[in-house]
Design a protein around this ligand. Structure first.
Ligand SMILES: Cc1cc2nc3c(=O)[nH]c(=O)nc-3n(C[C@H](O)[C@H](O)[C@H](O)COP(=O)(O)OP(=O)(O)OC[C@H]3O[C@@H](n4cnc5c(N)ncnc54)[C@H](O)[C@@H]3O)c2cc1C
Length: 482
């Protein structure tokens, strides 16, 4: 079976990889000249990398870890000490750590919380633990039902101190969803908490040893092409053409630089584009269908990724840090945390600015000036002193619409990978899967899409296939359930 996939983010690439494993022929068509979508990265004129986002991998990412193991690249993850580190807004430069001991879950996380006395009092810890009990005991169904409440509403209903929100959940909410806890669905943070409480190494963090484009996406592409599939850059999907019965007839690819448009036909078609692009490209004939109408309930959230190169070393901390500032979310000194970005003498801070809705239209200079002010609090020993650290250069990467905005009630709008159109499927971290808008969610969604395609009765009943059977050495295989 020949499958045309629009989008070479992690979802599209994962879908193609698992179709290859099942003996099929994916053709991936990516609009940009770079792989990876939200994990895309580029090199500047000095040979320094800059990225769409600072990306942390978690122990609770089973599908990502499995994919990397299948590609033989799991050693590219640089696992850090099992600890979560927070800045303290009222104590500039002082850090608060949740060191997670190497004992079974959930005791490891509980011990780390009990041992930390900087952020929560004992009374707050006890009330927090009691409030959390239903989420742990009643499982994912309860967690899904809580999608009607924002995190702050849920905390209030559980009688949990507002300070837990300002101290812990602002950091977690901004890091996971790029919005604040008064806006975020409680389902998101409770899902993440549950994973961390149920898996011994769930909250353990790893960084990739280089750029995601080269070190993660390219090996997936190599695997796809070695298996007879194709991945093409600069091939933007312009239109989804339909047969009279409403099924997909072809993908029309916009010709760039004066080239004519191209028509791609296949046995099945996948959109692995972001939900915002899919909404624009939904054919008029599908717009009245409730399935596609639901997509209007989803929208990408703005976020900004900053790179600041300094003339000296600011820290030797080899870990992700939660800034707990109003402007910034998480950050890391990539000259320490990432092998390929290593510099023994000078720091490169990568920082996520979120929520970014008030900043996305501001100039790079304004954004950097505000960030430098924040750094005085994060690194008081290096800024606002007689000999402050000098900013050598910076790069600002704005994404006006990134992962879907995870406000209350959004779970009901997240679509299945299977659509009412028998030869058309969806993939992407916004589609329904249990790992939210994350790299893990993208990889899992791609796998689920491949599984749905392979097991589709409609496709297996096709009288003829456009599959070139010489292009793959394997016979098509059914895929097991996940
Ligand atoms: C700043 C930032 C930080 C993040 N940090 C983390 C983190 O620490 N951990 C984590 O797990 N996740 C993180 N994420 C989220 C993670 O990057 C995403 O959830 C994941 O990469 C989404 O993958 P996707 O394939 O679903 O979508 P996308 O990456 O959006 O892929 C969609 C692809 O479709 C392509 N496309 C669009 N239009 C067309 C068209 N017309 N024709 C063809 N192709 C088209 C796009 O160019 C893109 O390549 C972060 C994201 C950002 C932005």
């Amino acid at each position: 079976m020949r499958v045309a996939i629009a989008g070479a983010g992690l979802a599209g690439l994962s879908c193609a990889k698992y179709l290859i494993d099942a003996g099929h022929t994916p053709i991936v068509l990516e609009s940009r000249d770079v792989l990876g979508g939200l994990v895309a990265a580029w090199k500047d004129d000095d040979g320094d990398w800059y990225e769409t986002g600072l990306h942390a991998f978690f122990g609770a990412y089973p599908n990502m870890l499995q994919l990397m193991a299948e590609l033989g690249i799991e050693d590219r993850l640089q696992w850090k000490q099992h600890t979560l580190i927070f800045n303290q807004p009222d104590k500039p430069g002082v850090l608060s750590r949740f060191d997670v001991p190497d004992i079974p879950a959930p005791f490891n996380v509980i011990v780390s919380i009990l041992r930390n006395n900087d952020m929560l009092t004992w009374e707050q810890k006890i009330r927090f633990a009691i409030g959390l009990t239903p989420a742990i005991v009643r499982g994912q169904k309860y967690v899904e039902d809580m999608d009607k409440y924002s995190m702050n509403e849920w905390l209030r209903r559980q009688g949990i101190d507002e300070k837990v929100s300002t101290d812990v959940f602002i950091a977690a909410s901004k890091a996971l969803t790029f919005i604040n806890p008064d806006e975020v669905s409680s389902t998101i943070l409770l899902t993440a908490l549950n994973r961390f409480l149920q898996e011994r190494y769930g909250s353990k963090i790893a960084f990739l040893d280089g750029s995601p484009t080269e070190r993660l996406c390219q090996p997936i592409v190599d695997y796809i092409t070695a298996g007879g599939g194709e991945v093409h850059l600069k091939k933007p999907l312009k239109e989804i053409q339909l047969h009279e019965d409403g099924s997909v007839k072809s993908f029309v690819i916009r010709g760039l630089d004066g080239a004519p448009d191209e028509v791609i036909t296949a046995d099945a078609y996948v959109s692995a584009m972001s939900v915002d692009v899919m909404k624009v490209l939904t054919p008029p004939a599908w717009k009245a269908m409730p399935f596609f109408q639901k997509l209007d309930g989803l929208e990408g959230v703005p976020v900004i990724n900053l790179h600041l190169w300094f003339d000296r070393k600011l820290t030797d901390i080899d870990q992700l840090l939660f800034s707990r500032s109003e402007l910034l979310s998480v950050y890391a000194d990539m000259s320490v945390t990432c092998k390929e970005y290593a510099d023994p003498d000078r720091s490169m801070l990568e920082l996520v600015l979120a929520p970014a809705k008030d900043w996305i239209d501001k100039s790079d200079d304004e954004i950097i000036a505000a960030t430098m002010k924040d750094l005085e609090r994060l690194f008081p020993q290096h800024f606002g002193t007689e000999n402050p650290a000098k900013l050598r250069k910076f790069k600002v990467v704005k994404t006006p619409r990134s992962v879907y905005t995870a406000t209350p009630g959004r779970q009901a709008y997240r679509p299945d990978q299977i659509t009412p159109i028998p030869n058309f499927f969806l993939s992407g971290s916004y589609t329904m899967q249990r790992y939210l808008g994350s790299m893990e969610g993208a990889v899992l969604s791609g796998k689920l899409t491949a599984q749905a395609l392979v097991n589709s009765q409609w496709l297996s009943d096709l009288p003829h296939s456009t599959n070139d059977s010489t292009s793959t050495s394997q016979q098509p295989q059914p895929m097991a359930s996940l």
